[in-house]
Design a protein around this ligand. Structure first.
Ligand SMILES: [Zn+2]
Length: 136
């Protein structure tokens, strides 16, 4: 398998079932971008476009996606950035990085959903629970 170095983009209403390699399909209607994993493994990578997930920047000829695409839960463990239509490869994700990314993801999703995350309060509650002073 060869790692892809470039990615073209295509605006579509519906993302097709069969994805062409090297094409980032952007559906504005469904606020998602989809592509076939740039390592060539054929995995379908779906990146939701919303403030808690990914942001797509259209430069006209090319697009950028941020943050990076980290496929730590895929067998290939690919990790890359899509910058101005170029695929910038990062080292493979370690299990620890994957876990951290998932935690960040959950937190961002909660924040996006309008739920308040009171870090200090939660920490305090956990301590009280641990001391047996509070109930769940
Ligand atoms: Zn892959």
């Amino acid at each position: 398998m060869t790692r892809r170095r470039t990615l073209a983009h295509r605006y579509v209403e519906f993302v097709p079932k069969e994805l062409d390699e090297g094409v980032l399909y952007v559906s504005k209607r469904f606020h998602t971008a989809s592509h076939s994993c740039c390592c060539g493994c054929g995995s379908r990578v779906v990146t939701p476009l919303n403030p808690a997930k990914w942001r797509l920047t259209d430069h006209g000829e090319t697009v950028s996606l941020s943050p990076s695409v980290g496929l730590g839960t895929f067998p290939c463990r690919s990790h890359y950035w899509i910058e101005h239509g170029a695929v910038e490869w990062c080292p493979e994700m370690t299990p620890a990085q994957t876990q951290r990314a998932q935690r960040c993801d959950e937190r961002a999703s909660r924040l996006h959903a309008g739920e308040r995350v009171e870090g200090r309060w939660r920490w305090w509650t956990r301590l009280l629970l641990w001391l047996g002073l509070a109930r769940k």
